[in-house]
Design a protein around this ligand. Sequence first.
Ligand SMILES: [Zn+2]
Ligand SMILES: [Zn+2]
Ligand SMILES: [Zn+2]
Length: 321
Amino acid sequence: MNAFRCRVCGSELFFENSVCVSCGTPLGYSRVEHDIVPVDVAGRYVDPDGFIWHVCRNLNISGCTWLARFEGGQCESCDLTRVRPNDADLEGLGNFVPAERAKRQLIVELDRLGLVVGPPLCFDLLSSTNQSVTTGHDSGVITIDLAEGDDAYREKVRGKMDEPYRTMLGHFRHEIGHYYQWQLVVSPDETSRFRALFGDETADYQEAIDRHYAEGAPAGWQDSFISQYATMHPHEDFAETWAHHLHIRDTIDTAVRFGLIDDPDVDSFRQLVIEVWMPLSTALNIVNRSMGKDDLYPFVIPAPVLDKLDYVAGLVERATA
Ligand SMILES: [Zn+2]
Ligand SMILES: [Zn+2]
Ligand SMILES: [Zn+2]
């Protein structure tokens, strides 16, 4: 995440700020400038080309601070949401806020990587208050169960699933992995690279789910997978690896921007993980323990996972070259 500063008074800003807490200037996020910019009392920002932007109409619904092209319109992040809870569903709308926040954070990172973020990609952010919802990806549509925005609920599921880490942002990073696999692993070359690392993705998915929930992860899974869930099916292994690739990149990026570490001078993602991420994540884990919190990054990266992470980084590089 970027380190943002108020253009009026120079104070540090958080990505979610709609107002500078130091000088009171109303703010908006410009996706074009990748920066938080001051807006006038009517929520307008005039960019360097003279174009007038307007704060997204969903500011009071989802806390969206992004700038929209039209007065009374919504921003490009909100445009990607196809379905949201209806106005009468107060519980769903409450959990809609952290989901949209995580989605905006995801988009900023995808923008930084230079990945295409647009149709056919869209999000159904569904409330499971009155219906059952399964988080997942299908042909460009990412469905998120908004109940996962509720800390008590998510923590309960995390314990039940025996997961060391479960967050709304993590769900978005995992599901977008399925999307980009679908978009980018297409050519015969790319497919054979994929299969060499993750296995045959045409393996029956329902069978894999049934086996996983009946038997759990195979013994010794830690030697070649990042999580138990990744052992279920090559699709899940890829999505988990993709999510970790984003976790690692964004956290290193943030550490650099806040002066915790120097800008890494490395030749590969593999080298970045070994020389920068491993020591940084260990230090951050111990920082968390100093505060009585659980580890920030409760994972171990064995050599085969390093190969998979390096492949994902290469896939992104090839897609954005
Ligand atoms: Zn300010
Ligand atoms: Zn918006
Ligand atoms: Zn998945």
